[in-house]
Design a protein around this ligand. Structure first.
Ligand SMILES: [Fe+2]
Length: 521
């Protein structure tokens, strides 16, 4: 406890605490009388941190009784089961493959929709066209086209495997018209209404969605899972001090007693892509890089991750900045470039997306976690009217709900780059996970949607000109910790400088905080 209190103090003062400093401190605090300890600590501060003002800290430090450190020896790791990780090597694709791929998706989502009571009297589109006027009718199909008429009605063109037909949504049906405005092209929906020749007058629009009956699954173990993302190692803007604070916390050396207890309960650390900043991702990126070689970027990442206690399983998926193809499903990060990560005994490298079950035991089936870097989310933040009006990328959690309702990570062709697999659609959200985690948007947001915990995993890079151009407003330096026993979500904030929406604002805030620190001294 003595060492950790001193480290907390140093980090709070904005000092960088490395392994060497930690070792020196450990030696100083061992079995000494208080007088000698005070003398040694004074000398330690003066030698290693000559500009630090530490008198008040020492007064406090020697006036309180320090309790023993939280014991982290003999901790047992949790059990993990990989349910889906895409490992197929790429081969040549044809236009026919895209058709087959969409057919697989159609069949799968159709099976989710066809027994819904709202869709009674379900028929294929070629049969629907033969129905008499005003007859009740239900179909399932993909949104081929969406148009607003001069009278503000919406006309959809819906297609199934038998053909296509028009569906009219009347402007006076306010609830339905709002739903229709938010529809994305290619998404597969259920429609019910009444027949009118070649057109359906729609009364209901159904998404495959998450059933209301989904249970809030809880683990019998007092374990937690931590979610972080978008490390961007190699960038000059990597948040070294903030990540160091994170490492101290996860090692039980930072925070109050409750926060340290939480750290001690962590068994899984999920890493949601963009481990490294990469090379050649955007024009002029070399000017933003501190580490120019991709292998060296992964080596540095491995160095940081080696500081995570070995009883914590680290599950890593790739992002669009990582090495290799960016079309989804993205294969696990290539071993050739990231050997250093593969060598860490507690690291598991998976594809993007992937699905794992954690806290699995002989009597508990586990908590299912869907991991997706989140590339498609930018498209929906702009293309979907209600998401755009709520703030677009600023409501990353709402975008996740939008995808969950559609049971697909990229319902619209073109919302992400993808490889059409003719045997499976790896971007389907099936089965429904207990936790759905993404990154990419660099925000730290979470919410519960029908007992699915949705969260996005912050980032560990300060805003750059490239991010500013892309309209990202990052909330860096955060980590989510979820108790698997209670499913309570805690947001841990390790940031030092206030969030900024532009590079110029960040520079101003950073200077202000440095000036404040100097004046304290
Ligand atoms: Fe990304």
């Amino acid at each position: 406890m003595k060492t950790s209190k001193i480290i907390d103090f140093l980090v709070e003062q904005g000092e960088f605490v490395d392994e060497e400093i930690e070792q020196k401190l450990n030696k100083i605090v061992q079995n000494k009388s208080l007088d000698v300890l005070q003398k040694d600590l004074t000398l330690f501060f003066k030698t290693n941190f000559p500009e630090l003002f530490f008198d008040n800290f020492l007064k406090d430090f020697f006036s309180i009784k320090n309790s023993s450190i939280l014991e982290t020896k003999n901790i047992q790791p949790g059990r993990i089961s990989i349910l889906k990780s895409y490992e197929k090597k790429p081969n040549k694709r044809t236009v026919q493959d895209f058709v087959r791929y969409f057919n697989i998706r159609f069949k799968k989502i159709e099976s989710m929709l066809k027994y819904r009571p709202e869709l009674s009297g379900l028929t294929s589109i070629d049969f629907a066209k033969k129905k008499k006027d005003n007859e009740k009718i239900s179909i399932i199909g993909a949104v081929l086209n969406k148009q607003e008429t001069l009278n503000k009605h919406i006309i959809l063109t819906i297609e199934d495997l038998s053909g296509s037909m028009k569906v009219l949504i009347h402007k006076d049906n306010k609830e339905l018209i709002e739903l229709a405005k938010d529809l994305s092209l290619d998404e597969i929906i259920g429609i019910s209404g009444s027949a009118g020749g070649d057109i359906i007058f729609s009364k209901t629009i159904i998404h495959p969605d998450v059933p209301l009956t989904k249970e809030l699954k809880k683990s019998p173990f007092d374990h937690s899972a931590v979610f972080i993302g978008d490390f961007h190692i190699g960038s000059k803007e990597f948040l070294t001090k903030e990540f160091h604070k994170f490492l101290l916390w996860i090692n039980g050396k930072l925070g109050n007693l409750e926060q340290r207890k939480l750290a001690k309960s962590v068994r899984y650390l999920f890493f949601l892509g963009d481990v490294v900043e990469g090379v050649g991702i955007y024009p002029g990126q070399e000017n933003d890089l501190e580490i120019l070689e991709i292998k060296n970027q992964y080596e540095k990442a491995a160095y940081y991750l080696s500081k995570i206690p070995s009883y914590i399983k680290i599950i890593i998926i790739p992002g669009n900045h990582d090495v290799g193809r960016i079309a989804e499903p993205q294969l696990p990060i290539d071993r050739e470039y990231a050997e250093s990560l593969y060598k860490l005994p507690n690291v598991i490298m998976l594809s993007n997306p992937s699905l794992v079950s954690i806290d699995v035991s002989d009597t508990f089936s586990g908590i299912d976690v869907l991991l997706y870097h989140g590339y498609s989310m930018i498209y929906y933040s702009d293309a979907v009217a209600s998401l755009r009006s709520k703030g677009g990328q600023k409501v990353a959690d709402e975008i996740m709900v939008y995808l969950l309702q559609r049971r697909h990570l990229a319902p619209t062709h073109g919302s992400t780059l993808y490889i059409p697999d003719i045997q499976e659609d790896a971007l389907l959200i099936d089965p429904i996970p207990d936790i759905f985690a993404t990154g990419h948007i660099h925000r730290a947001q979470s919410r519960n949607y029908r007992n699915v915990t949705c969260l996005t995993g912050s980032c560990w890079t300060q805003i750059t000109e490239d991010q500013e151009k892309r309209g990202l407003e990052p909330q860096p330096g955060r980590a989510f910790a979820i108790s698997l026993k209670t499913r309570e979500v805690k947001l841990m904030n390790f940031s030092i400088v206030k969030d900024s929406t532009s590079v110029s604002e960040f520079k101003r805030l950073k200077k202000e905080s440095e000036d404040k620190l100097k004046s304290k001294k």
